[in-house]
Design a protein around this ligand. Structure first.
Ligand SMILES: Cc1cc2nc3c(=O)[nH]c(=O)nc-3n(C[C@H](O)[C@H](O)[C@H](O)COP(=O)(O)O)c2cc1C
Ligand SMILES: O=C(O)C(=O)c1ccccc1
Length: 405
């Protein structure tokens, strides 16, 4: 499937993004309501009411004392703008961006999140459909609870990105990359910060991790080399889902770290752009340039892996200063509103991944819930861009930002 060069020709009813504000006020005249609250900080508590304790804690929880997660949102909140006035061009905004030669209608992507069927019966399929409607990349996780084919179908002609948890065995790695290519995924995100799951006290207290319950191993069904291994043990995903699930976890979380030189293996087996996710250190960002990567995602996995790190936004500025003109820098961890998106863009990110908030939307109302959450964030972004005097994304720079006080 050739990749489209532009996803900006989406359904006009979504544009400009600020139109959602009018739509919502209009609903009041016809006794209608949005699927659920528009208050950013109410999505999580509302989802908590609907989810099982185990599923809720799996998503809400982070590593250790959850100090990195708190630091993510605190540090983002410290980035404040000094708005411009009398800027007539800013009365309409163009939020388009270009990543790897492809145009997108807004600088927002859907973060890779595994096991989405814990949150809604349609899981990844519902979320991928939402992203496709909005013309934004859906990054399919290696730990999905839907198959590559199901997600690809739900994406339609929407942009397909695939996130790799990098197995120990190169044959399994190559087999996953081949399956993803065959299913039409064109951009590869390789997550580096999760060689094993961290110490997560909430899940340990609940004695709960999804894989032990056979959730999150659906990608293995598309991975021939892995299925061969299972056949040699007389196991199949259909007859022995739990055993196969446990083998799968060992494969995608091998507990041993690959080295930089192995990046070449990925390059040999992937034609499109390759992006490393989980970079926080400037030295690693420089290595990514040295090894010819196309992009990096400055991320600390939402504070779910290493506890005791800096806020992800604090890592962004020095990384952009060092390598921002040499590869594409994306950002995630702690983004909760449109203004948070502006904050990361002003400090140099080219686009931003939304994580937990879309998962709460999925939990509350499936595809419509994800669309609602993303449209709220995009409308907030669009309106705040205008109020601070910006017409386009490239006008956002750190000279208008006040922080580190
Ligand atoms: C429940 C859950 C599952 C996740 N699964 C994955 C995954 O499979 N692969 C991955 O690279 N990141 C995964 N992440 C991390 C997200 O991609 C993203 O980095 C993180 O959610 C950003 O933090 P925030 O949601 O607090 O903004 C997961 C996050 C959550 C909350
Ligand atoms: O929990 C996570 O953060 C994560 O990355 C993951 C890993 C495996 C399955 C589901 C999610």
């Amino acid at each position: 499937m050739p990749q489209k060069s532009s996803y900006t020709d989406i359904d006009k009813k979504y544009l400009p993004w600020s139109v959602y504000q009018e739509e919502l006020y209009e609903m009041g005249l016809h006794d209608k309501k949005p699927p659920f609250t528009t208050v950013f900080d109410e999505w999580q508590p509302l989802a908590k009411e609907r989810l099982s304790e185990t599923a809720y804690c799996y998503a809400a929880g982070s590593a250790g004392r959850e100090s990195t997660e708190r630091r993510n949102t605190e540090a983002l909140g410290r980035v404040r703008f000094i708005p411009h006035m009398l800027t007539p061009k800013a009365s309409t905004r163009n939020l388009e961006i270009e990543l790897f030669g492809v145009k997108y209608p807004t600088p927002i992507l859907v973060a890779p999140i595994g096991v989405q069927r814990l949150y809604h019966s349609e899981g990844e399929v519902a979320a991928a459909r939402a992203a496709s409607k909005l013309g934004i990349p859906y990054i399919m996780s290696s730990a999905s609870s839907s198959s590559m084919e199901q997600v690809a179908q739900a994406s339609g002609d929407g942009p397909r990105w695939f996130q790799l948890y990098w197995p120990e065995d190169p044959n399994v790695t190559v087999s996953m990359l081949e399956a993803a290519t065959a299913a039409g995924f064109r951009t590869l995100v390789v997550t580096l910060d999760t060689w094993n799951l961290s110490w997560r006290p909430r899940d340990l207290k609940n004695a709960y991790v999804p894989f032990y319950h056979g959730v999150g191993d659906q990608v293995c069904n598309s991975t021939e080399a892995f299925l061969d291994k299972m056949r040699s043990l007389n196991l199949s995903p259909k007859s022995n889902p739990r055993e196969v699930g446990k083998h799968w976890v060992k494969h995608i979380f091998p507990g041993s770290q690959h080295g930089w030189d192995e990046i070449n293996l990925l390059r040999r087996h992937w034609k499109g752009p390759i992006i490393l996710k989980g970079i926080q250190h400037v030295d690693d960002a420089k290595k990514a340039v040295e090894y010819g990567l196309d992009g990096i995602i400055v991320s600390n996995h939402g504070g779910r892996q290493f506890d005791g790190g800096i806020g992800s936004i604090e890592a962004l500025e020095p990384i952009v200063d060092a390598v921002g003109d040499k590869l594409t820098v994306l950002f995630d961890s702690g983004v909760r509103s449109g203004v948070d998106v502006m904050r990361a863009l002003a400090l140099g990110a080219k686009a931003v991944l939304i994580g937990r908030p879309f998962l709460w939307g999925l939990s509350l109302a499936g595809t419509d819930g994800v669309v609602h959450v993303l449209r709220c964030i995009m409308a907030d972004l669009d309106l705040n861009m205008g109020l601070a005097g910006y017409h386009s994304i490239k006008e956002l720079t750190k000279k208008d930002v006040y922080w580190k006080v």
